[in-house]
Design a protein around this ligand. Structure first.
Ligand code: NI
Length: 388
């Protein structure tokens, strides 16, 4: 490992910040304490500019390099929000708010980027500008989209963006990345099937939406097996099936909901079209009506080729060539850093969290031993990207 010495010396401070953030988890855009903590720290480090309220509750810190130098600005991004989960770690720094916890390690991401900001403001060993980006609402609210729509890229002249996420199961000190799609587009759908309710003993006098909807659920599974190119990935998961209220009543309506995960625009378009066709066609065959609402949520997290090579080389400069997997298979999870990668070229990398509980599990905790690794990656990335 080729860690940055000064970063190793900061590990205890950064760990304390991480645990402070962990104890006070906040959801979606409601990250007021976290954003205030971040802004205070950035000001105390001597950031040249600290701007709050971008994309509602996002924070951006601006750090200029060597005096008199000029060069482009790059963005380094962390996420700040937690999840609506009851923590069971029993750690001394565990959530003090029942029903909320940092189960995705965004506390670690925020603390690591703060550590990098401190080092970069103290040393300024680069030419140009680093924008440290702290976003709200990664877990479903589209905080990254809000910050982009708020004009963040143009306002700070950001030319490239980089993101990082911890990954349980990957050893501490290891990185993983790939060119192209690394995480899926995450769309959602709601289908309401309407028939005619009535007595369950006289089905001929009703139009049973439960039977029709059951066939819709089954047929939706044919999208990935029959419509998708077998060499491409499509997930259609029905996650809600709500209908009925009694043993002897056929209900009037049934509601379905679910999620769609794809890795290419073609598969995304195809899946949306087929869900509409299958739901309305099968409903009609049973004399029912289907109303389909399809919402395009996060796009594919698409790593740009040159920036991916660059990020992988930086990771190798920290962890050695054996510490970087350059052909990581994509996951069908989603990530709203995708909006920033749509706006600017860049790359998203995974960093090992070791043998911990999985992301979004109530026993998950960010691994503090990974802090010097992640912070060294950020520091080296900024200094190499903006080398004079
Ligand atoms: Ni996350």
């Amino acid at each position: 490992m080729q860690l940055v010495d000064d970063v190793v010396a900061m590990k205890d401070d950064i760990t304390e910040w991480r645990r402070t953030l962990h104890a006070d988890p906040e959801l979606l855009f409601d990250v007021h304490n976290t954003a205030a903590f971040v802004a205070d720290k950035l000001k105390s480090f001597g950031c040249d500019e600290v701007v709050t309220g971008i994309g509602r509750t996002g924070v951006v810190g601006i750090i200029h390099g060597r005096p008199g130098s000029n060069g482009p600005a790059i963005g380094l991004r962390a996420d700040m929000d937690a999840l609506p989960i009851n923590e069971i770690t029993g750690a001394p720094w565990a959530s003090r708010t029942p029903g909320k916890m940092h189960a995705c390690g965004h506390d670690g991401h925020t603390a690591m980027l703060l550590g990098a900001a401190r080092h970069l403001t103290e040393t300024r060993n680069f030419s140009g500008t680093v924008a440290v980006i702290f976003q709200p609402a990664e877990e479903g609210g589209g905080g990254g989209r809000e910050m982009v729509n708020d004009g963040m890229m143009d306002r700070f002249g950001i030319t490239k963006v980089f993101g990082m996420h911890n990954l349980p199961g990957l050893p501490v000190g290891q990185f993983a990345i790939r060119k192209g799609p690394i995480m899926a587009a995450t769309d959602i759908f709601d289908i309401t099937v309407t028939g005619r309710g009535g007595h369950a003993a006289m089905p001929h006098q009703t139009i049973d939406p439960i039977v029709a909807t059951s066939q819709i659920v089954t047929s939706l599974q044919s999208i990935s097996s029959r419509n998708a190119n077998p060499l491409e990935s499509v997930v259609v998961s029905v996650t809600k099936f709500l209908g009925g209220s009694a043993y002897n009543v056929i209900p009037e309506t049934v509601e379905l909901a679910g999620t769609v995960r794809t890795l290419s625009p073609e598969m995304r378009d195809m899946t949306e079209t087929r869900i509409n066709e299958i739901a309305s066609g099968i409903a009609a065959a049973h004399g029912c009506k289907a109303e389909v609402k399809y919402l395009r949520n996060y796009p594919v997290t698409f790593n740009h080729a040159d920036e991916t090579d660059f990020a992988a080389d930086v990771a190798a400069s920290v962890a050695g060539e054996q510490g970087i997997e350059r052909e990581q298979p994509p996951t069908m999870g989603g990530e709203d850093f995708s909006f920033m990668l749509e706006a600017r070229p860049g790359a998203f990398i995974f960093m090992g969290n070791g043998d911990t509980a999985s992301l979004h599990h109530p026993a998950y905790d960010f691994n503090d031993d990974a802090i010097p690794v992640g912070v060294s990656y950020w520091v080296k990335l900024a200094e190499k990207a903006l080398a004079a």
